[in-house]
Design a protein around this ligand. Structure first.
Ligand code: FAD
Ligand code: EGU
Length: 480
């Protein structure tokens, strides 16, 4: 609060580039502190647009994202329009559905509408008198020396704007980041995965949801995977993930049906044969990219947040949640350093880079894991093993997805803890195996005639295990 701008009673100008999810939320955070906030967004105001073209129609909102919304007083508003998903519903090839709860009762994630979330956040940002939204402003270039930005308008004109701080929230293909790329000692990596995604819709059936609404529906088929999240209008948005190669192999409506018949037969009547044939060809499959970089700041002038800093593949449902958490972390550091940007920005990089890199790695790891060997049986089995371990040692073994989804445990700490837990589990297994060999040998030597009893009791244990696998078993899980 000591700097000269403040003494004059004038807060600094913060330019938020990008009025997407993270930009709009960030505008609220900075406005709340009293900064003069200018948001610059390429698109027209989506609140007036008829069709919003975006990346995905709905998203899974979890604890980290909710906490960030809470900081700006938006949690209840958004949660009230979200649909709770208390469990996954695993669809096997035969059409069998198996629910696997996310956690205890009351532990759930929310399916939220991206466009609605974005609109509500823009409207909230605009409620602050010290915020101005500038649509149809596409950042072309900016100067790291002066903070001068150049924007292009759709009528071909250009405008220049000066700011004290530039906050790059302009997504995975960030224009703000371009100036970082020209600098020495800036690390950057980007990876396109071989998979693309395509969105399809399951309409309501007789005016009701065509599947159970309070679930994240999953069809795990190794290389191919489909996920469906519920919408308020009683539709589901399905996201089909598969290699671009395979998307391209399917060129006719009949081939689409043939493919779905083979891998997702139960979804055909839900989507509808005609709709499926039509919608599959409406838009080409979309690419997914993972971006990591560091540092996140230039001097006291500019900072990157959200996908601009770290685009992650969607296989943990954390991209937006991580971007929202960026805003909280920055806000906490602003408190810690009294809004002294020359101290806040480096600290933000120091604290946040390891966590964003950890979630980017985790999401990529899960992508590789799922496509390699996760079919519905394996998915169900894994989650039950994790539930069992958590049940046996609730303090020691906490499923990875629980730490990621339902806590604000720093992502890099969650990963470290998970690696440690895996060591404990592997030691336990080794010890158990050694114990079984010695114990079994001892019994056989002492009592050779009883081998049949041993076999029988092993069978009994197996049957009990199979019974345990029945749905409703409590608790939680993850991948090891
Ligand atoms: P964006 O949403 O990309 O917003 C960037 C904004 O900047 C846009 O409005 C754009 O128009 C604007 N812009 C771009 N360039 C310029 C420029 N030069 N000048 C001015 N403005 C500009 N995350 C989750 O948490 N949960 C999920 O379930 C989930 N599911 C996903 C499913 C899929 C298929 C995909 C692809 C992603 C998913 N994500 C999910 C990730 C999530 O979509 C992103 O992390 C999130 O949108 C990032 O928000 P952002 O504001 O940083 O970037
Ligand atoms: C992908 C696309 C199930 C929305 C990861 C789980 C996702 C989402 C999982 C999309 C999966 C995969 C988790 C959540 C969530 C699971 C999670 C993935 C939402 C490990 C709109 N993932 N997603 N893990 O546990 O932690 O249910 O497009 F199939 S929510 Cl890939 Cl919790």
């Amino acid at each position: 609060m000591e700097d000269s701008n403040h003494r004059l009673g004038q807060k600094k100008v913060v330019a938020v580039v990008g009025g997407g999810l993270v930009g709009a939320l960030n505008a609220c955070f900075f406005a709340k502190r009293g900064f003069q906030v200018e948001v610059f967004e390429t698109r027209e105001d989506i609140r007036n647009a008829k069709v919003v073209k975006g990346r995905s129609i709905n998203l899974a909102l979890s604890h980290r994202g909710r906490q960030a919304l809470k900081h700006v007083g938006m949690e209840d508003k958004i949660v009230s329009k979200g649909i709770p998903m208390n469990a996954r519903m695993i669809h096997s090839l035969s059409g069998k559905q198996s629910p696997i709860p996310y956690g205890k009762k009351g532990q759930y994630i929310l399916s939220v509408d991206r466009a609605n979330l974005n609109k509500e956040l823009l409207t909230e940002a605009e409620r602050y008198p010290n915020t101005k939204l500038n649509f149809d402003h596409k950042l072309q270039d900016w100067s790291a020396a002066t903070g001068l930005m150049t924007f292009a308008r759709s009528d071909g004109s250009k405008t220049q704007v000066q700011a004290d701080l530039i906050v790059g929230c302009d997504g995975a293909f960030s224009a703000v980041r371009k100036q970082f790329m020209r600098r020495s000692r800036f690390n950057y990596s980007q990876t396109y995965i071989p998979h693309g995604y395509m969105e399809l819709t399951i309409p309501p059936k007789d005016g009701e949801f065509a599947m159970k609404p309070n679930f994240l529906h999953i069809w795990p088929r190794n290389t191919f995977m489909m996920i469906a999240l519920p919408n308020l209008d009683k539709t589901f948005t399905c996201t089909l993930f598969m290699p671009f190669e395979d998307f391209e192999k399917i060129t006719t409506g009949d081939e689409v049906i043939e493919f779905f018949q083979k891998y997702f037969p139960d979804s055909i009547p839900l989507i509808g044969v005609d709709a499926l044939k039509r919608d599959y060809f409406r838009l080409p499959a979309q690419a997914m990219v993972s971006v990591k970089c560091s540092p996140y700041h230039i001097g006291d002038k500019c900072v990157l947040m959200g996908d601009a800093a770290h685009a992650v593949v969607p296989f943990y449902g954390q991209g937006m949640n991580a971007g929202f958490e960026d805003c909280i972390v920055f806000d906490e550091i602003m408190n810690q350093f009294n809004e002294d940007l020359s101290a806040v920005l480096p600290e933000y990089t120091r604290v946040r880079v390891p966590d964003d890199h950890a979630i980017a790695d985790l999401a990529m790891y899960n992508y590789i894991e799922m496509r390699a060997h996760v079919n519905s049986k394996w998915f169900i089995f894994r989650k039950h093993v994790d539930n069992l371990l958590h049940f046996l040692m609730p303090k020691t073994i906490i499923p990875l997805y629980t730490m990621v989804t339902f806590t604000r445990t720093r992502y890099h700490v969650a990963v470290e803890r998970w690696l440690w837990q895996n060591k404990v589990i592997n030691r336990g297994l080794l010890l158990g195996a050694v114990g079984a060999v010695f114990g079994g040998s001892y019994l056989l030597i002492k009592n050779p005639a009883n081998i049949n009893k041993l076999v029988v009791s092993a069978e009994k244990i197996w049957n009990k295990l199979v019974a345990l696998k029945a749905p409703q078993s409590v608790g939680t899980l993850s991948q090891i």
